[in-house]
Design a protein around this ligand. Structure first.
Ligand code: XMP
Length: 517
């Protein structure tokens, strides 16, 4: 396995994903983790990520000293290269000229890392790599023992290596897809240089997880809050395979789910797979709790709180259960660990299941704790879940509660469900569902005039929202074809009584958010 030390780059998780894609298990620790934790991890190789700081600052982040004395290969990327240079006795200078974006690097193919990896070859026999650069500082003097591995006009030392100690450093980012040979370079490092076998495959992960779960829970009973979302669904499928009827799922139907979603969850898990699922029909309780409430944050709190109450009521009836399973995934773990070590063990905070009654004292089972979302999805398909479910767009915990602006009423939720269903159905038909990252309808509780036949009618407005995004932090509105928008508008207004107008949201994030509340 490989350890990645995170210096705060936005690309650190990408490094981990690329390494895992080539079948090597890795974890991310923050750069200021104690040296003992680095040693205890037992890495066969260490990668130092990029980061926003400058090694020329007064107290720059540094790699724990033992990184360079453990005797394992080290790869420094961007900031990781600069701190490697400085910590081993080289020099780095800030430059007024920042290099950002595409660059072509002259690579010398005489190092193990870049040997025969190139996009073009120059007339005089140098390999050329098309890469992604993003840096201000640059290495100006290599530490003793290093030789030049790559260069560009603006960064004469764009790569360096001390092959006797297996230290390698790159100024460019091999983890981003713009660096065409990036995956091969990382593969060369983790497999060729560190000697890790590519054993981290979905089939192996499933098998290993099943073994671990069985070992942990023995013959005890386990409770899982099933929401219909990807993570809890994959946990349900995995645990069902591992422990069969020892698993009981509690599915709280809030009445704020999508069109027929509750029935689909039951059809899939209870009927098709034979998982024990307790469905709690709680629509009336949610609507009662939300009556008269218009403030979005208050609505979120009410929905989250009531969800936990109901989940607790149901699970405390299952007196023989000893374990609570959760769909915590690796990005949740990294986030909650924050800037300090990977030790924090936080209950998924935005997850709706969280506060079990004190007297229940359940142990936690979190089989997805080490996995990225894309790994969870592949695992779901391998476990037999339908791809349409596994690759579904994200859906917020408070559900339609934040897609009905202002007060939530059953009448509004029913209209919204129908409109949302038409939208998604047409996106799928037009092969655009997988090309958008998230798409949904929003209910606006304002009445707008329309004419049907001879009469004027005052009915509600539906807004359609579709975005494209990689990380959901920024997003652009999806440029859906006019013909499709036209069809959607006609279908929604004609097929749903109570809607007189459809609008399309053309706001980007930022400044707007993806959801409307
Ligand atoms: P925003 O609206 O902040 O959304 O641009 C970013 C992503 O987060 C989802 N979202 C939520 N998810 N509980 C959730 O579980 C929430 O309260 C919530 N609010 C927004 C949103 O759907 C989008 O994918």
């Amino acid at each position: 396995r490989v350890l990645i030390l995170d210096f705060g780059s936005q690309y650190t998780q990408l490094i981990a994903r690329r390494v895992r894609e080539v079948g090597v298990y890795c974890e991310i620790y923050p750069w200021d983790v104690e040296a003992e934790a680095v040693a205890a991890f037992g890495a066969k190789g260490i990668i130092l990520s990029g980061g926003p700081e400058s090694v020329t600052d007064a107290e720059p982040p540094k790699a724990p000293e033992n990184v360079f004395s453990l005797g394992v290969p080290v790869l420094g990327i961007c900031y990781g290269m600069q701190t490697m240079a400085v910590q081993l006795g080289g020099a780095v200078e800030s430059s007024s000229h920042c290099e950002f974006g595409y660059a072509q690097v002259r690579a010398r193919g005489h190092t193990e890392l870049l040997r025969e990896i190139e996009d073009h070859v120059t007339a005089d026999g140098f390999g050329l790599l098309d890469v992604w650069m993003s840096h201000g500082d640059k290495v100006t003097a290599m530490p003793e023992g290093f030789k030049l591995m790559a260069s560009t006009d603006s960064a004469p030392i764009a790569g360096m290596a001390d092959e006797s100690r297996h230290f390698y450093a790159l100024q460019f980012h091999p983890e981003v897809t713009h660096t065409k040979q990036g995956k091969r370079i990382l593969q060369r490092f983790v497999q060729g240089i560190c000697g890790c076998a590519g054993l981290w495959t979905t089939a192996n992960i499933i098998e290993e997880n099943i073994r671990l779960v069985r070992e942990k829970v023995g013959s005890d009973e386990v409770i899982l809050g099933l929401s219909g979302g990807v993570d809890s669904s994959v946990v349900a499928a995995l645990l069902h395979k591992a422990i069969g009827t020892q698993l009981t799922c509690v599915f709280v139907d809030t009445g704020l789910l999508r069109y027929r979603e509750g029935d689909q969850v039951m059809a899939m898990f209870a009927e098709h797979m034979g998982v024990k699922v307790i469905r709690v029909d709680a629509e009336a309780r949610f609507l009662a709790a939300l009556a008269g409430v218009t403030d979005p944050e208050k609505k979120r709190k009410i929905i989250g709180g009531l969800f936990i109450d109901i989940f607790d009521e149901e699970s405390s009836k299952l007196t023989s259960a000893k374990w609570l399973a959760q769909g915590t995934i690796y990005p949740d773990v990294i986030e909650s660990a924050g800037a300090k070590t990977g030790k924090a063990h936080l209950i998924k905070s935005h997850h709706n299941v969280g506060g079990l009654p004190e007297n229940m004292k359940l142990g936690l089972v979190e089989p997805l704790r080490e996995l990225f979302k894309d790994e969870v999805r592949v695992m779901g398909v391998e476990l037999g879940l339908p791809p349409e479910m596994v690759y579904r767009h994200p859906f917020p915990g408070p559900g339609l509660g934040v897609r009905i602006l202002g007060e939530v009423k059953k009448e509004y939720a029913d209209l919204l469900r129908l409109a949302d269903h038409i939208f998604i159905e047409e996106l799928r038909k037009h092969d655009l569902y997988d090309k958008t990252s998230q798409a949904f309808a929003v209910f606006l509780p304002v009445k707008s005039v329309g004419v049907t036949g001879d009469g004027r009618r005052y009915d509600y407005v539906i807004a359609l929202r579709a975005v494209e995004t990689i990380d959901f932090m920024t997003a652009r509105w999806a440029h859906l074809p006019y013909e499709l928008l036209d069809l959607l508008s006609r279908r929604i207004i004609n097929e749903i009584r109570g809607v007189s107008r459809v609008v399309y949201d053309i706001s980007g994030k930022p400044p707007a958010t993806i959801e409307w509340e």
